[in-house]
Design a protein around this ligand. Structure first.
Ligand code: ADP
Length: 464
């Protein structure tokens, strides 16, 4: 299917709307102005005829002189120029002056010209010459009768028609110019709106091809297009980050697997080749490496299930204080070996959570505290009830974590330099698992620490 450009559709719709509006406005204003003008002409002609009758009636000589025929003649000839044919009768009905009798040729020429012009320009009027009769009076006395014939309902001369045509031309011109300007503006507007969309389209195409470095210009005035550009930039940045983490994860897993596998295979090879005796001790060492591998695989599985979002929480009532005490007892041997002062403090706090997974969080935090705290150190687990949350803090007096690394320790496989130099360091997954579990419960986890003086891991979990 051939698809139109958004720009074309918008321009067409805009042009159509403006064309309809301009046509409507032109037609309405032209009709209205024409009608008003015709009405004005009609009234003016009626008034002209009334004025004529009044003027001739006013020139009656009451002292017996009757009508001033010279004056009537002058008025009659003058009125003829304007399209009025007059006939004057005295009070007995005797014809005193008649424009037609006076200059029949001129009268007929004038009537034909007006009729022809009006039929050409206003055929719908079906106009004709109509005679109107005026009784002329002086005081109480009837002095005569004046008949005035003119083209009815109205007539217009050449100048009037020229005026009307000029007006219509101006209106059409104004309509045409505004249509042109509006279409131009419409095209510019459409272009302005679609330009960032085109930018977004080309950026998303590049992203789909794996180029996450693209940046859409978000310097836009319209809120929606600005938000669109920002969203795409954000998406590109997080895809880049994901891609980086994915690569790092693959590298880290390979690195973590390589050491035990290499150790086991070199031991095995030497034992098979009889270079080395398969002593109890060597077999134990292989077994330890295998245990490490198996532990790593278990950790990876846990991490996958905690981070996949598919995490199924079997929620029940969990009391954090007694749970922490029970877990601490499980670390008794390690604590004892390092002569660490470990204790649980705080108040009884019930939350609705998955007991197994929350235990995993506490185990991970506690085992880290134990790993990274030297002999004769101190570990405290404190539990506190807040309005909506429970707060669990695992604090130690161990090696601590530098400010820069405090955020990063929750990343998968991240281990601080200090921990790498220690034999005790794990694979760097424990805190990622803890974070994923806490987040799945709608809680938060963060770390406060000073290098060399110890660390505090603070977990908040919603009560219900
Ligand atoms: P690991 O298995 O290496 O302990 P974690 O994800 O549990 O992995 O921890 C990540 C890193 O954070 C550790 O390698 C260590 O460098 C640092 N870390 C975690 N807990 C502590 C702590 N209590 N004191 C000092 N460093 C810690």
């Amino acid at each position: 299917m051939k698809r139109l450009h958004l720009r074309t559709t918008m321009s067409l719709v805009f042009a159509l709307l403006v064309a309809i509006t301009v046509c409507l406005v032109s037609i309405l204003s032209s009709t209205f102005i024409n009608r008003e003008f015709e009405e004005y002409v009609k009234l003016t002609q009626k008034k002209q005829a009334d004025d004529l009758a009044e003027s001739i009636g006013g020139h009656y000589d009451k002292s017996g002189g009757g009508f001033n025929i010279d004056y009537v003649h002058g008025m009659g000839m003058y009125a003829l120029q304007d399209g009025f044919i007059i006939r004057l009768y005295d009070e007995d009905g005797k014809l005193l002056w008649d424009a037609e009798n006076h200059d029949m040729a001129l009268c007929h020429e004038m009537m034909d010209t007006i009729t022809l012009r009006m039929q050409e320009n206003r055929p719908e009027l079906n106009g004709e010459f109509v005679t109107y009769s005026y009784d002329l009076e002086a005081g109480e006395k009837q002095t005569g009768k004046l008949e005035i014939s003119y083209y009815t309902p109205y007539y217009m001369d050449e100048n009037d028609f020229q005026f009307i045509h000029a007006l219509n031309r101006i209106l059409s011109l104004a309509g045409g110019v505004s249509l042109f300007v509006a279409v131009l503006l419409g095209v510019l507007l459409a272009r302005r709106i679609t330009k960032p969309i085109s930018g977004v389209i080309s950026a998303t195409k590049k992203i789909s091809e794996g180029d996450y470095g693209v940046i859409v210009d978000a310097n836009l005035k319209e809120r929606e297009t600005y938000e669109l550009a920002e969203a795409v930039n954000h998406m590109a940045a997080s895809l880049k980050e994901q891609e980086y983490l994915r690569r790092q994860l693959t590298g880290d897993i390979a690195h973590e697997l390589r050491t035990p596998v290499t150790n086991i295979s070199s031991y095995m090879e030497m034992m098979i080749d009889d270079v080395m005796e398969p002593t109890q001790e060597r077999l134990k060492s292989c077994y330890d490496e295998l245990s490490r591998l198996s532990g790593l695989i278990t950790d990876l599985e846990r991490l996958e299930s905690a981070e996949s979002g598919r995490i199924n929480l079997n929620k029940e009532d969990v009391e954090l204080l007694s749970l922490s005490e029970t877990i601490l007892q499980g670390f008794e041997t390690g604590i004892h070996e390092k002569n660490i002062d470990a204790r649980v403090s705080g108040e009884e706090t019930h939350i609705c959570a998955d007991r197994g997974r929350i235990s995993q969080v506490i185990v991970n935090l506690l085992s880290n505290a134990l790993k990274y705290t030297d002999e004769n150190g101190k570990i405290t687990i404190s539990v506190k009830k807040q309005k909506y949350n429970a707060e669990l803090v695992v604090e130690d007096t161990g090696i601590g974590i530098s400010k820069e690394e405090q955020e990063r320790v929750f990343e998968r496989f991240y281990r601080t330099d200090k921990s790498r130099t220690r034999k005790t360091g794990g694979a760097g997954i424990g805190l990622s698992i803890a974070k994923a579990i806490v987040q799945a419960h709608g809680g938060t986890i963060h770390c406060e620490s000073e290098s060399g003086t110890g660390s505090r891991f603070i977990v908040t979990l919603p009560i219900s």
